[in-house]
Each structure stands twice: as structure tokens, then as C-alpha cells.
Design a protein around this ligand. Structure first.
Ligand code: MN
Length: 465
């Protein structure tokens, strides 16, 4: 893909550091996403209330039947769905000829401009602070690896699944919007354009094409980041003291759609290949971060530079996340899938609520129920919580090249296992499971799976093995 395929030395992981999974310290309870979708197929004034009622009663399962007439009376209190058909004639930044989508068009007062747009589009105000747009992408040309495009499709499918489950929008880009900004630099023109195209989105979430969600239930703990504008996986001491270019990973990050971020991207992109200072920056970055072994200026070391050297200007608003796998090194993760699957199955054998069939649309609430049973999953190496994002750093699915420290089988088997591990969590809502993470055959899931008694009734229940 654009970001890592064109460079084999991007996103190296620091092996000596545990990157433990932590419990998200808050889970957003906004329900507007569900409500908006619910309205579409239930219809009528009471539909949103049925869903609200449903949400608040997951743990109680009341026996009373619904009284729809009664419920409809409080409908006015329910959040509105974004109105996709309404764009008033009032002038916004979109009507300003000085404004542009490209990085060279300097933006001022973006926070005010966004706020004005939101004011003119009030149906977007519910949940505006938690609205996330995911962006990913790959190169403009077909992959050289014969199965590269297939792998990219599956990596993308995984992100689409995750976004559908959590009500996020997703954008895929496979063009160099600025032809000079190649490789890992290609994401910045996209981010810049997307921020303007999506004033309704508070956060833009870049996820590399070689990274995938291996916990489809986990949600970003956005509450934790409310005082920050950029979230990236990293470790402060490795950046500030050790001056290591792998003190953070720029393959996955969350950036707030605000003026600060536009300013940061200006500084960040000023180290890129589209500028006359590209070579000079290569030297500067290499002399600052001694373990950087290639001469070209890259975005990951560039960000480390801004954090370490332009500390006063940026570091306060950058959250270096290392309490859970905001992104995790695949090498330390893929060997744990088997054990994790078994632990989750045991958990579900013991907890009827977690085995309950449900509509995919309400699956987020089951993730919340599960939190209670993940308290002793542990943090640190050897924990058995599903890792949130697994990043195939150094494997390059599209080009087929891979870092010499791995074998081809490590990379491809690792990817298939991770993709299937994640896909099993999605398939479950459709009544199927892959019994073997390296095979594509599926088994139907019996009712109440994995009820412990089913072990003795395999003949009756087509129990996946
Ligand atoms: Mn990557």
C-alpha cells in the first residue's frame, strides 16, 4: 500500500517493550448511530424508543411486553438522525474560493469554520464529539504479489466490518493526490482533503492497509483523549530519552479534525519529498534519531522529531498510547490467537448472556457486557484479551516483499490467521464459524453455542470443532 509497501523500513516495532492491553477507561454510550439506522426499518414515531428501551434493558430482560402507544409519547426526547438531504443556502467555508483541499492552501480559523457548518446542519450535532471517519488506502497500481490484491481486499473487508459494527464512516484512497508525496507521505494529502470534506467528523482515524482489527468489539476510549488532538502508539522515554525512531508507530493514528491538526500536518509534511528540504530533513532526522538506518526523511521519524525537538509546540496535545494494542506488532500477537479463542469460548460457556443470539446492529452492547468478564484477562505479555489492532509491519502484502528477519510463511500464515480470527467474530453474528484459522471452510453454529452441554450432544448440533 501507499504507506508501507513502498518502503520496507517503515514502522519497525520495538521488541523489548510490552504493549499490554488495558481496559478502555470509558465506553461511549451514545446511541444516535443505532437510532438512526433503527428508524429506517422499524419506521413510525415509536421506533427510536423501542431501541432506547432495548439498550437500557440488556442486563435486565424485563418480562413485560412492549406497550408501543405508551412509548410513543416520549419520542420527542430521542436524538435526531443526521439529515443527508439538507444543505441550506447559507454560505460556509465550502463557498469560499480561498479555501482548498490541498496541503498548500493554508487554512485559518478552521475550528470556527467547522463549528459554523455544524450550526447550519443541526441534525449532525448529536454525537458530533465522538464521530469518527476511518481512512485507509493502497497504491494506484495492481499489486505485484499475485495474492496481494486479495489480501488487501481482506484487510479492507476487516475494516469495513469493524466500521459497520460501530457506526463509523470509512474512506478508501488509492491515488497519489500529490504525486510527489509517495509512499508513507501519501496519507497526508488525503487526510487534509478528508478533514475539509468531513466537517461533521471530529476524529480522522488513519489505519494502514497492513493493519487489521483483531478485536471487533473493542472501542476507542475517546474519553481518555479529550484533551489531546493526536493519538499514536508510542512510548515517551523511547522518543525523549533514547531518541529512537521506533519510539512510536505512524501506521495507525487518530487525529482530531481541528486547526491544531492542520498546523501539525503543515509542519509534518514540510519534511516530505514534495519540498526542497527533503534531503536536508533526511540528514537532520538521522542525526537526531541514531537508530534510523535509511537516509530518506520519513513521516514516522518526522513525528518523533516534532515530539522530541519541537516539544513545547506539540507534545502536550499528542497522546502516546501504550496501554492496549492501539496497534500491535504481529510477531508477538499471532501465536496467541489459539489460546485467546479458547479463553473466550470458556467465558461464553459460563455466561448465557454472551451466548445469546442477537442482531448485528446491537452487538456493541455485548462487547460492553463482556468487559465484566475480561477483568482478569490481564495486561502485559501473556494476557488473553483479544488484541485490538494487529499490524503486519514488515510483511508488505501488496508488493510481496518482506523483511529478511521473517519467513514468507510467517507473514502469509500470520495474516491468514489474523484475518480469520477477526472474521470469526463477524461470522458469529451470521450463524457461522471457521473451525480452523488457516482454512476457509465454515460450520454453522448451533443454537446456544457454546453451551457446555453441547459437548455431549454433538450429533444433534453440528458442533464446530
Ligand atoms: Mn504498516
Amino acid at each position: 500500500m501507499v504507506t508501507s509497501e513502498l518502503s520496507n523500513h517503515h514502522h519497525h516495532h520495538h521488541n523489548t517493550i510490552n504493549s499490554p492491553m488495558g481496559k478502555p477507561n470509558s465506553r461511549s454510550k451514545t446511541s444516535s448511530i443505532f437510532l438512526s439506522d433503527g428508524c429506517l426499518f422499524l419506521g413510525g414515531a415509536f421506533s427510536t424508543l423501542i431501541l432506547i428501551w432495548g439498550f437500557s434493558s440488556f442486563t435486565t430482560f424485563p418480562k413485560d411486553t412492549l406497550n408501543l402507544e405508551h412509548l410513543s409519547q416520549t419520542d420527542a426526547a430521542s436524538p435526531r438522525a443526521p439529515d443527508l438531504t439538507f444543505d441550506p443556502p447559507d454560505k460556509t467555508f465550502f463557498d469560499d474560493p480561498q479555501m482548498g483541499y490541498t496541503l498548500d492552501k493554508k487554512v485559518r480559523n478552521w475550528d470556527e469554520k467547522r463549528a459554523e457548518w455544524l450550526k447550519l446542519h443541526p441534525s449532525f450535532s448529536d454525537g458530533a464529539k465522538e464521530r469518527v471517519l476511518m481512512i485507509t488506502g493502497s497504491q494506484p497500481e495492481p499489486c505485484r504479489n499475485p495474492i496481494g490484491d486479495h489480501l488487501l481486499l481482506r484487510f479492507f473487508k476487516n475494516k469495513v466490518d469493524y466500521c459497520r459494527l460501530h457506526g463509523y464512516d470509512i474512506l478508501y484512497n488509492n491515488l497519489l493526490l500529490d504525486p510527489k508525496m509517495f509512499a508513507y507521505w501519501a496519507k497526508y494529502p488525503v487526510l487534509r482533503a478528508a478533514m475539509m470534506a468531513h466537517p461533521e467528523a471530529e476524529w480522522i482515524w488513519w489505519v494502514d492497509s497492513d493493519a487489521l482489527f483483531t478485536d471487533m468489539e473493542f472501542k476507542l476510549p475517546l474519553e481518555r483523549y479529550k484533551g489531546h488532538n493526536l493519538v499514536v502508539h508510542g512510548w515517551p522515554h523511547l522518543i525523549h530519552e533514547k531518541r529512537s525512531w521506533t519510539g512510536l508507530n505512524a501506521g495507525v493514528f487518530l487525529i482530531r479534525n481541528c486547526q491544531w491538526s492542520l498546523d501539525l500536518m503543515d509542519s509534518w509534511a514540510s519534511m516530505g519529498p514534495q519540498t526542497p528540504n527533503y534531503e536536508k530533513w533526511g540528514k537532520t532526522l538521522r542525526s537526531t534519531f541514531k537508530d534510523k538506518f535509511f537516509p530518506e526523511s520519513d513521516d514516522q521519524t518526522g513525528l518523533a522529531y516534532l515530539i522530541a525537538i519541537e516539544k513545547e509546540k506539540w507534545a502536550d496535545r499528542i497522546y502516546l498510547e501504550n496501554e492496549y494494542y492501539f496497534q500491535g506488532y504481529w510477531k508477538e500477537i499471532v501465536g496467541t490467537f489459539q489460546n485467546i479463542s479458547e479463553r473466550y469460548k470458556e467465558m461464553e460457556e459460563g455466561v448465557r448472556r454472551l451466548r445469546r443470539r442477537h442482531a448485528e446492529k446491537v452487538s456493541e452492547s455485548y462487547g460492553e457486557i463482556r468487559e465484566e468478564y475480561l477483568k482478569d484477562a490481564g495486561i502485559g505479555q501473556g494476557n488473553w484479551r483479544r488484541p485490538f489492532i494487529t499490524h503486519f509491519t514488515g510483511c508488505q502484502p501488496c508488493s510481496g516483499k518482506y523483511n529478511a528477519m521473517y519467513s514468507a510463511d510467517d507473514c502469509w500464515n500470520g495474516m491468514h490467521k489474523a484475518l480469520n480470527f477477526a472474521d470469526n467474530q463477524v461470522l458469529r453474528n451470521y450463524g457461522f464459524l471457521r473451525p480452523d484459522l488457516l482454512l476457509n471452510s465454515v460450520s454453522p453454529v448451533p443454537f446456544d453455542y457454546p453451551h457446555p452441554w453441547h459437548h455431549h450432544h454433538d450429533d444433534d448440533h453440528h458442533h464446530p470443532r
